[in-house]
Each structure stands twice: as structure tokens, then as C-alpha cells.
Design a protein around this ligand. Structure first.
Ligand code: PMP
Length: 433
């Protein structure tokens, strides 16, 4: 393997960071739940790629499907023509999503978010309610890095010098409450934080708000499961004011909560769902927006001066992505991947919450097969997280630091032995801190 001398010459996200320059961590192989580096070090992939390799890496059935498809039909665009495999993938995805009947393919989560926001705006225009222009997000939310997602998102570092790019974006308060520390699964306190949406309705008029977007479990902001009743309350307020509710399930989609999508686990029906990542087990890039027939029908019935949504990407429903998606869903079904996630959610939470006695640990959050161990700040925010990340790496475990929260979302095919292994490594490393 040829490694360039000047790593900065190739400007990839975060490879330009000081930490990477000082200690370039180069991974060149993966197998199941493990990665290995160019110097042959093996690591447990505690982050499942980046919250996405739900069936583990290099699954032979998915690899073969991609190879076969590449030999059969590499690419065809979907403007006024198409290919059957994209339709098959669409039907298979929609089959997993009760109440949602259509899917619009994109190539990433960020594109799915921007597409969903545009669908929401266009839906109201087609309905003769073009004055609904406000898009509501939440503090600490991550909705990708494109114009729309950045605008409704709430992570300062991402917004950076750009701020809120869409002029009519508004933000609700986040759901982080002191009294919810160390809660297991959904915290008890905070359903009333959803009333912040009512506040925005009072301020701007409910008829001015087009859509609300939330991650059912806030992920990249540091893993915060929704307080009990919070999502239900959001749904009620949306219904009262004709606002569309979008769940960004880029992380939670495809089994992380033990159900195909998190909205089912939480018992709240959204109008639109964005997904990506686990859709192809992160092999070939693909994302999508799922929606109801009610939303779709408005475009079909729209008067001719309002065209059907004129939106789409060159690679929407790319044959390789579609083939990877179908094979991935076959694997999820045949290997009972979601069932495994459901069965192991309790042992996973036991392991994480078992770390609560460590001095360095000031909060633990978990839900489905995702979780975060919050470390006490030492020095500047992020110093403890960076140090723990490096120490865990040395011990063969990858976790993702978000500030001082060590976030984990391992492949859903993990076993009880893996959970024990992760727990032992975390205890050894964080107990020394
Ligand atoms: N939404 C959420 C909830 C995400 O977690 C992410 C990525 N982590 C995105 C959107 C953006 O996805 P992508 O990086 O594929 O553009």
C-alpha cells in the first residue's frame, strides 16, 4: 500500500486535523465487526463504520450482488427511463416502512434531508399554502452538511462561518436535561420540551410553518434518546397546525432500534422519513426519502401551473446502489439482523450502564444498539474525549468522540461476547482516566 508522504495534500474531511496528522490511522481491510490497519492492527468497529455498517463489513452476499450488477448494467439515468432493479429496491424499502408508501432515492443522508425539506415546501405550495415557508429544526441536531440540513441543524461547529443559510429556519430547544442523567432508554423528563414547537406556532402562526425535522434519537450531537412522550407531543402539535413531521432516520433506520425504522419503536407516525447509511450497509452510497401517499398524491393532483416536484440526482436509484440495497435487505431478513439488535438491546444497555461507577463517567445514555458514555471534562471540552479515543484505539476498540461523549453504534450483528469484550475494554481504559 502506498501511503503519501504529505497526507494533507489529499484534502479529505478531518484528515487535515492535527490529531490525524500526528497519528495517521489508516485502515485498509474489514471483515465482519473488525477492521485492520495498514500495520496489521485489528480493531473492533464500535462505530459500525459511521453508524451505518449494520450487517458488519464485507458481507459476501452484498459483495457478490454489487459485483454481479456491475457486470450486468453499470449505470442508466432515471429521467424518463429507468431500470427494474431501482423499482424493486423501492418496493423492498417501502415494505419495511408501515404507513409510508413511496421512496425518492438520493445518494446520501444530506441529500435525503434537503430533498425532504423541498418536498415539504413543495407539498404546501401544491396545496395552495405557499405561505408555509418556515422549516423547524432543533438545537444539537445533525441533518447533514448541505444547505438545507445545515440550516435546520443545530451543531455550532458544522454551521461554522455559514450560520443558518435558509432564511426561514427556526430551532426548538434540545432535549438535554440535567435530571435525565444516567437514564436507560427513553428518559422520563422532557416531553413538555415539545411545547417549544407550540411556542414557535404562537410566534409565527402555525400556518407559516411547513415542516419540523427531528432525529428520533439525536445521534451525531452525542446520542440523546427522546424523552418519553416527546415525539407524540410533537406529532399532536403538527396535526393541530397542518405541519409535516419529518423524522431523520439516517442513523436509526434499518434496525438500530430493533425495528426497521425507529418511528415504529417509538409509536409515532411521521409524514416523511429520511434514510441512508444502513440502506446499503454503507457499501454503495445511497439515501432516500420515504413518504405517505397523502403527500405524494398532492403532486399528482396539483394544477398544471405547479409542476410535479422537479428534483432528482444523476445517480438517484443507481443500479449498483439498488442492487446493494436489495442484497442488504435480504441479509437483514435472512440473518435476522434486526431481531438480534432487539435481543441485545438490554445486554448492551447493561454493559454501558455498568460503567456508571467509574469516576470518569458522568452520564450514560443508551437506546437500541446505540449509546454514549459521557466523560468528565478535563481541560478544554473534547480533550478527555480525544484522549479516550486514542487510548481505546490502542486497546483495539473504535469509539467516536463527540466532545467528551464516547459514542458507539456497533454493527447490529454483534454477539454477547462482543458486548463483554467492549465492556471490558471500556472499563480498563476509562477506569484509568
Ligand atoms: N442526518 C443524520 C441524522 C445523520 O446522522 C447524518 C450523517 N451522520 C446525515 C443526516 C448526513 O448523512 P451523509 O453524511 O450521508 O450526508
Amino acid at each position: 500500500v502506498r501511503v503519501p508522504n504529505d497526507l494533507d495534500s489529499f484534502w479529505m474531511p478531518f484528515t487535515a486535523s492535527r490529531a490525524f496528522q500526528e497519528n495517521p490511522r489508516l485502515i485498509n481491510k474489514a471483515d465482519g465487526v473488525y477492521y485492520s490497519t495498514i500495520d496489521g492492527k485489528q480493531l473492533f468497529d464500535g462505530t459500525g463504520g459511521l453508524w451505518c455498517c449494520n450487517a458488519g463489513h464485507n458481507h459476501p452476499r452484498i459483495v457478490k450482488a454489487i459485483q454481479d450488477q456491475a457486470a450486468e448494467l453499470d449505470f442508466v439515468h432515471s429521467f424518463g427511463q429507468g431500470h427494474p432493479i431501482a423499482f424493486e429496491a423501492a418496493a423492498r424499502v417501502v415494505d419495511l416502512a408501515p404507513g409510508l408508501d413511496h421512496v425518492f432515492f438520493t445518494n446520501s443522508g444530506s441529500e435525503a434531508v434537503d430533498t425532504a425539506l423541498k418536498i415539504a415546501l413543495a407539498y404546501h405550495m401544491a396545496n395552495g399554502e405557499g405561505e408555509r415557508r418556515i422549516l423547524v429544526g432543533r438545537e444539537k441536531a445533525y441533518h447533514g452538511i448541505n444547505f438545507g440540513g445545515l440550516s435546520v441543524g443545530g451543531i455550532g461547529a458544522n454551521k461554522g462561518q455559514f450560520g443558518t443559510l435558509y432564511p426561514s429556519a427556526a430551532h426548538m430547544r434540545h432535549t438535554v436535561l440535567e435530571e435525565n442523567r444516567f437514564s436507560r432508554g427513553q428518559p422520563d423528563h422532557g416531553a413538555d420540551l415539545a411545547d417549544d414547537l407550540q411556542r414557535l406556532c404562537d410566534l409565527h402562526g402555525g400556518h407559516a410553518i411547513a415542516a419540523v425535522i427531528v432525529e428520533p434519537v439525536s445521534g451525531a450531537g452525542g446520542v440523546f434518546p427522546p424523552p418519553k412522550g416527546y415525539l407524540q407531543r410533537l406529532r399532536e402539535i403538527c396535526d393541530a397546525h397542518g405541519i409535516l413531521l419529518i423524522f431523520d432516520e439516517v442513523i436509526t433506520g434499518f434496525g438500530r432500534m430493533g425495528t426497521p425504522f425507529a418511528y415504529e419503536a417509538f409509536g409515532v407516525q411521521p409524514d416523511l422519513v429520511t434514510c441512508a447509511k444502513g440502506m446499503t450497509n454503507a457499501t454503495v452510497p445511497m439515501g432516500g426519502v420515504l413518504t405517505t401517499s397523502r403527500v405524494r398524491e398532492v403532486f399528482r393532483k396539483a394544477p398544471s401551473k405547479v409542476p410535479d416536484l422537479f428534483h432528482g440526482y444523476t445517480y438517484s436509484g443507481h443500479p449498483l446502489a439498488a442492487a446493494a440495497c436489495i442484497a442488504t435487505l435480504d441479509v437483514y431478513r435472512d440473518d435476522k439482523v434486526f431481531e438480534n439488535a432487539r435481543d441485545l438491546a438490554e445486554p448492551w444497555a447493561d454493559m454501558l450502564h455498568g460503567l456508571a461507577d467509574l469516576d470518569a463517567v458522568i452520564d450514560v445514555r443508551s437506546c437500541g444498539i446505540i449509546g454514549a458514555v459521557q466523560l468528565a471534562q478535563q481541560g478544554a471540552v473534547g480533550d478527555a474525549g480525544r484522549a479516550a479515543h486514542a487510548a481505546l484505539w490502542d486497546e483495539g476498540l473504535i469509539a467516536r468522540p463527540v466532545g467528551d461523549a464516547m459514542c458507539m453504534s456497533p454493527p447490529l450483528v454483534l454477539t454477547q461476547e462482543h458486548i463483554d469484550e467492549i465492556g471490558a475494554t471500556l472499563r480498563r481504559v476509562l477506569g484509568n482516566g
